[in-house]
Design a protein around this ligand. Structure first.
Ligand code: KIV
Ligand code: ZN
Length: 516
């Protein structure tokens, strides 16, 4: 198959996805996601923006060391410091890519960069050449290309390719484009730029008008051969194009696209679950491909049709995207070795015996409450063990609550704060409300609750509830998560997790906020 028939899948869950409010990931979490993406055979993994903070730098380094099959990429503005940080963080990667960018729309050049178009072209050439001094594989992006003039794009892209860029990315940064128009833009650039055959053209679409996937597909139909996307469509504001939708649309409609990806689609659902559990961003039930209802046939007519002949109402097989791959893997009699080996299959390894022992103890507790333990339960358990392994100011020691029809729910908690235990009691509109108010009685954080959500991790009424609590304080937003078969306990754990995140988060620079 020729290169023209292959679509490169570039995943930016850990960079653009991480720019979603509260979705920041730790180094260990990024390594877990990186390994899952590698198993799925993603071509390029953008692991972060190395210059954002020492933590971001260390996370890219760790992903570059742990993931050997996919290309690992760092974002860098077109400035020396960013490019040097990116190169340094990627040093140990088997295959490294530097992704440098500069804004090209009139509005961004005038108000954000305060630069003349000629200066922007010079800076782009400088950055691409400097990046090529570090790595062979350099990608150049024209930020806000969706609102940039085609004449200027042709000029800067031709110069970037001559300077050594191998991939040219056309982002619709603010999600403004409409599919026909965006497809036409790609075709125009490919036709008018004399050296366009020397680079792969890529797109990176945001979902502000709900068109990120449609715009990306229109671009593919017009010659783009890389799509930048994220698991579950995570990303800045309304998010990016969803990887699972791009992959399944091009695969299901090969008759139209005549293109293939390298993706092992059976890893899509487990990876979606992993990203959701780590970031605390639940997947809506009616989300295409990975939503709980995506393959559920509610109406009698549909069920009848599917039973007679599956293709009457199903255009994809649930098992092809990894539904049903979740087996009952363990129970209360499973031993430590089986536990460790199953987690290794899920891409989780423990640095120390103490960490393994702690996770195993949690597993035994869970197995006492819940007969069947699924992969999803193990993922949630590991997420919690890892996030709890960091030193924590607040710890939930005890929780008791009472609710009955006709009575005001009441909860009493014991929370330890820097080792000192405090007791607090509160009423609420329900037991969850009472429990969170009781915790706030100790913490007095004054944080604003932006979101509270509960999701059943698996099926059945004995399922663990996975709770996300999003808090905001002083402009910082964090997502706390907690899982338990008792959703009041899960909620209390999630609230405590969010309080600890508010205390520990480091300052980081946003790549698109200012500067070049
Ligand atoms: O949306 C965007 O323009 C970006 C670039 C940095 C590629 O994320
Ligand atoms: Zn973006």
């Amino acid at each position: 198959m020729s290169q023209q028939d292959r679509l490169v899948i570039f995943d930016t869950t850990m960079r653009d996805g991480e720019q979603s409010p509260g979705a920041s990931m730790t180094k260990e979490e990024k390594v877990r996601i990186g390994k899952a993406l590698e198993k799925m055979r993603v071509d390029v993994i953008e692991a972060g923006f190395a210059a954002a903070s020492p933590g971001d730098f260390a996370a890219i380094q760790a992903v570059a060391e742990a993931v050997r099959e996919s290309t690992i990429c760092s974002l860098a503005r077109a400035v020396d410091r960013d490019l040097e940080h990116a190169a340094e963080a990627l040093k140990k990667a088997e295959r490294a890519r530097i992704h440098t960018f500069i804004a090209t729309s009139p509005i961004h050049m005038q108000y954000k960069l305060r630069m003349q178009p000629d200066q922007v072209v010079e800076q782009a050439i400088y950055a691409v050449k400097k990046a090529r001094g570090f790595v062979e594989d350099v990608e150049f992006s024209c930020e806000d290309a969706g609102r940039s003039e085609n004449d200027f794009l042709c000029r800067i892209i031709e110069a970037a390719i001559n300077a050594g860029a191998r991939t040219i990315n056309i982002p619709d940064t603010v999600g403004y484009a409409i599919p026909e128009e965006f497809g036409h833009k790609i075709k125009t650039l490919l036709t008018r730029i004399p050296n366009s055959d020397k680079a792969i053209f890529s797109v990176h679409c945001h979902n502000d008008l709900g068109l990120a996937v449609a715009n990306s597909l229109a671009a593919v139909a017009n010659g783009a051969r890389q799509v930048e996307c994220t698991i579950n469509g995570l990303g800045e504001r309304a998010g990016n194009a969803a990887l699972e939708e791009i992959v399944m649309a091009t695969r299901t409609r090969q008759d139209l696209f005549n293109i293939s990806t390298n993706i092992d689609t059976t890893h899509i659902v487990p990876t979606s679950r992993l990203v959701s559990s780590i970031t605390g961003f639940p997947v809506q039930p009616n989300k295409a491909i990975v939503g709980a209802n995506a393959f559920a046939h509610e109406s009698g007519i549909h069920q009848d049709g599917v039973l007679k002949h599956r293709e009457t109402y199903e255009i994809m097989k649930a098992e092809d995207v990894g539904w049903g791959a979740n087996k009952m893997v363990m129970g209360k009699h499973s031993g430590r070795a089986a536990f460790r080996s199953r987690l290794e299959e899920l891409g989780v390894t423990f640095d120390t015996d103490a960490a393994l022992n702690e996770a195993f103890a949690r597993f035994k507790d869970l197995a006492d409450k819940k007969h069947e333990i699924f992969d999803e339960d193990l993922q949630a358990l590991v997420t919690e063990t890892i996030s709890n392994s960091a030193p924590e100011a607040y710890k939930l020691v005890a929780l008791e609550c009472h609710s009955a029809i006709g009575e005001t729910p009441v909860a009493e908690v014991v929370v330890s704060h820097n080792g000192t235990e405090q007791r607090s009691k509160a009423n609420g509109s329900g037991p969850v409300d009472a429990a969170l108010k009781a915790i706030e009685g100790v913490a007095n954080s004054g944080a604003n609750l932006l979101l509270y959500s509960v999701n059943a991790i698996t099926q059945g009424t004995d399922s663990q509830g996975e709770v996300t609590v999003r808090l905001e304080k002083g402009g910082r937003i964090v997502n706390g998560s907690g899982a338990d078969t008792d959703i009041v306990v899960a909620s209390a754990k999630a609230y405590i997790h969010a309080l600890n995140l508010l205390l520990t988060g480091a300052e980081r620079q946003h790549p698109q906020s200012d500067g070049v």
